[in-house]
Every structure is written in structure tokens, then in C-alpha cells.
Design a binder for this molecule. Structure first.
Ligand code: GDP
Length: 434
């Protein structure tokens, strides 16, 4: 068992394959903790050919004996949580004694979903492309200091009744002609509290005690750096801090607790939802990447927009998160292409840009500056050693490391746990060999 606590987070716009990486690294950790987001995340994991899609519970739950934590930075839809717990039980995995939910996590209320849909409709052409699961409105209530937390479901009933009454009447003012009754909402929340009770804990304390006992923790990010509310492509972002800073606030752990950071990046780029994507491809090549990579949202089924690897993005991610290594996924999806490209900078009407811009007008006008490298005909699919890769694929990876400024500690060559190369001597090998 290693002693380093590491963060595994998305280095691009999400869907990088974090689920597989977290899942395969989990046996080296005692605990996996999620620090932000809600059930808008979707991790697809294949174990022995069986498909699991997890939205809220860390995928570490598929490993017996591993404790899984949902931190205070996560917004919890109790019904979504129960559905996942029931589905896991049906597939033979029990969460009993292994799932902890922060007492400080905010609760997604039934009408947050409605507010989400309404807010998207009001934005018209400028819609964000949310999953309409109430995540954004729940975070709005949190920041607006009217949110309801998990501990509130278990505490004083009178106080909860007052909170629910006020929240529902505020909602009725927002939604025209709405006369939602607060009572059923209250009753439902009390019921949810009862079922959640055995899982509720002071997770900051649990994590502190776990680490003090010399056990290691993996901090699991949802969504990704470019979707971070502060550092992402605002406003086309998620409502939480998906980058490394979210770990401290979203779990109640100190920065010193984070011993290493692994950024998961695809060997190309995808994005679901709206917002600029400089390396976006259209036509045959985009279709080919989408079909080969099965680039359809695991939460919503929406087709993902696809493009070449953007080193400006990953370099930026490396800076924001202090990446020690990249876990490069889906290299096999590029198998058989006559050539592959890496974006190293942007040409814009305001000049050449090599650092990721804050102003979306700049990003929207950005023309990628590409380096073109030869593709490879021999497949990388399933490779487990770096020397099994065709020379052109190795060259692509080496160049991508150079321009991104971070080494690949792990290369994924297929969706199965075993289809993975751990780079000798790099950070991931150090973290996992002890
Ligand atoms: P996540 O949210 O970052 O975990 O990403 P998703 O689960 O939405 O998407 C990742 C998808 O890619 C899943 O279906 C994985 O099984 C699959 N996947 C992960 N790594 C690889 C890989 O190296 N090659 C291929 N072909 N598929 C992969």
C-alpha cells in the first residue's frame, strides 16, 4: 500500500476516461474521495466485460474493502444516490460500511431540476448545455446561503420545515403560476435523511484519521479543469471547482495532504455542451474519432465534439493543478490515421497566443497552430509496454509531452483495466510500487 495521497482529475473538458484510471489505481489506496460536482458526472468502467456507469459514488466502490467518500463540495441528489446504491446492490456490490457522505454536503431538492431547465431556456441561444439535473441551482442556493445540507435532514425538524417552506415559496415566486406545496417536499426530505443516516459522517475528520493512520487516499475529480467555475471557459463551465483547489474546500483537507496530482488527458480533445473548442474538427475525421472513441456522453448520450490534442489546454491545466504526470487515454483511437496533429498555440486577430486566454472572444476566434506528425498503422490497442507501441506512436507521445510540459506516467490503450502502460520511472510507477 502506497503512502502518497494523490489527486486524479480531468486535464481537458471532461470525459477523459478518469473512471478507468481511478478504477485501476484504486487497489493502491484505502479510500477514494470525491470533492465536487453532482450526479452530472458519469464514469464508465468495464470490469470483466460488465459495464458500470457511476454518477455520484466514486468508482472505487467496485473494489471490496475500499472506503468511498462523497465530500461537502459535492451536491447530493438523494434519489440519484439511492438509485446508484440499489443498482450496485443488484450487481452484487454492497456499499454498507464503505460509503460515507459529508454531513456538510448540500442537497439537490426536487425543484432544482425544474429551475435548471428554466434557466437554460431563459438563456436561449446562450445556453450552457447543462445536464438539467439541478446541480447548478443547488450550488446557487449554497452560495446564496439558503441551501439545505445533509445534516439539516437529520437535525431539528422545525428548523428544516422553516427552511423548506422559505425555499419553496422563493421557488414559487421564480416559476410563474407555480403553487408547489412545501409539505410533500419536507416529508420526502425527512425520509431521505432516514435512509442516508448510516452513511453520514464528518468526512474531513475521517480523512484526517485515515491519513494519520498511514493509509493513503485518492482524491477523485469530476468534470475537468476547463470546466472549473473559476479556471474554465466561463460561463460554459460547471458550478464547482473541478481543479485541484476544490480538494481542500470540498473535503476539508489541507493542501499538504495532496502528495501528487495526475491529470487525465485524452490523446485528442473532446467537449460536450456549448462553448469554444479551438481544435474542433468537423466532417469525416470528427465522425471517425467520435465513432472509434465512442464519444457519446455517459450521462446524457449526447454526441461529443471532437478535435486534435490541444497542448495549450493541457499546459494550462498542468499549471493550474501542478500536474506531476499525465495519464494519456485513448491513444488506440488514433490507430490507423495517416497523420496526427498537436495544437501548440493559437493564431488570433490580436496576435499569437500560447497561454490559455480568459476572454472567450479570443478563444472563439482562435485558429490552432498545428504540428503534424506521421500516424501509425500497427495498432496500439491493448499494448501494456511502451516498447510495444509503434515508433510513430511513441514519437507522438514524446512530442505531446514536450509541448504540454508534463510527462505521461500512464498511457491507456483500451477501455479495460489491463490495457494500460505504466511508464517506467515516472510518477505513477512510484506511487503504485511500494
Ligand atoms: P470519464 O467521465 O472521464 O470517466 O469518461 P467517460 O467514462 O465518460 O468516458 C470514457 C470512455 O472511454 C469509457 O467508455 C471508457 O471505457 C473508455 N476508455 C477509457 N480509456 C480508454 C482507452 O484508452 N481507449 C479506449 N478505446 N476507450 C477508453
Amino acid at each position: 500500500m502506497v503512502r502518497t495521497n494523490i489527486a486524479v482529475l480531468g486535464a481537458q473538458w471532461g470525459d477523459e476516461g478518469k473512471g478507468k484510471i481511478v478504477d485501476m489505481l484504486t487497489p493502491h489506496f484505502s479510500t477514494v474521495a470525491r470533492y465536487q460536482g453532482g450526479h452530472n458526472a458519469g464514469h464508465t468502467v468495464y470490469v470483466d466485460g460488465r459495464k458500470f456507469v457511476l454518477h455520484l459514488i466514486p468508482s472505487g466502490i467496485l473494489h471490496p474493502g475500499v472506503t468511498c467518500i462523497i465530500g461537502n463540495g459535492v451536491v447530493v441528489d438523494p434519489e440519484a444516490l439511492f438509485k446508484e446504491v440499489d443498482e450496485l446492490a443488484r450487481l452484487g456490490t454492497s456499499v454498507d460500511g464503505r460509503l460515507l457522505v459529508s454531513e456538510k454536503a448540500h442537497v439537490i431538492l426536487p425543484y432544482h431540476r425544474e429551475l435548471d431547465v428554466l434557466s437554460e431556456a431563459r438563456r436561449g441561444e446562450r445556453k450552457i448545455g447543462t445536464t438539467s439535473r439541478g446541480i447548478g441551482p443547488a450550488y446557487e442556493d449554497k452560495v446564496g446561503r439558503r441551501g439545505i445540507r445533509v445534516c439539516d435532514l437529520l437535525g431539528d425538524r422545525e428548523a428544516l420545515a422553516t427552511e423548506v417552506r422559505e425555499n419553496v415559496s422563493a421557488r414559487n415566486r421564480i416559476i410563474k403560476d407555480s403553487t408547489l406545496d412545501w409539505r410533500p417536499v419536507f416529508d420526502q426530505l425527512v425520509g431521505h435523511g432516514e435512509r442516508m443516516k448510516p452513511w453520514v459522517a464528518d468526512v474531513s475528520l475521517v480523512l484526517h484519521q485515515t491519513m494519520a493512520a498511514g493509509k493513503s487516499v485518492m482524491f477523485e475529480g469530476a468534470q475537468a479543469t476547463l470546466l472549473d467555475i473559476d479556471h474554465g471557459t466561463y460561463p460554459f463551465v460547471t458550478s464547482s471547482n473541478a481543479s485541484v483547489g476544490g480538494i481542500c474546500t470540498g473535503l476539508g483537507v489541507a493542501p499538504k495532504a495532496i502528495g501528487g496530482v495526475l491529470g487525465v488527458a485524452k490523446a485528442y480533445t473532446t467537449r460536450v455542451g456549448e462553448g469554444p473548442l479551438p481544435t474542433e474538427l468537423t466532417g469525416e475525421l470528427a465522425d471517425r474519432l467520435r465513432e472509434t472513441g465512442q464519444e457519446y456522453g455517459s450521462s446524457t448520450g449526447r454526441p461529443r465534439r471532437c478535435g486534435w490534442y490541444d497542448a495549450v489546454v493541457v499546459r494550462y491545466s498542468a499549471r493550474i493543478n501542478g500536474l506531476d504526470a499525465i495519464a494519456l487515454t485513448k491513444l488506440d483511437v488514433l490507430d490507423g490515421l495517416p497523420e496526427v496533429r498537436i495544437c501548440t498555440g493559437y493564431q488570433t486577430p490580436w496576435g499569437q497566443v500560447t497561454e490559455f486566454p480568459a476572454d472567450l472572444r479570443v478563444l472563439a476566434a482562435a485558429e490552432p497552430i498545428y504540428e503534424t506528425l506521421p500516424g501509425w498503422t500497427r495498432p496500439t490497442k491493448g499494448a501494456t509496454r511502451i516498447d510495444e507501441l509503434p515508433a510513430e506512436a511513441r514519437r507522438y507521445v514524446a512530442r505531446l509531452e514536450e509541448v504540454s510540459g508534463v510527462a505521461c506516467g500512464l498511457i491507456s490503450t483500451g477501455s479495460d483495466r489491463n490495457e494500460t502502460i505504466i511508464t517506467p520511472g515516472a510518477a505513477v510507477e512510484r506511487w503504485t510500487s511500494a
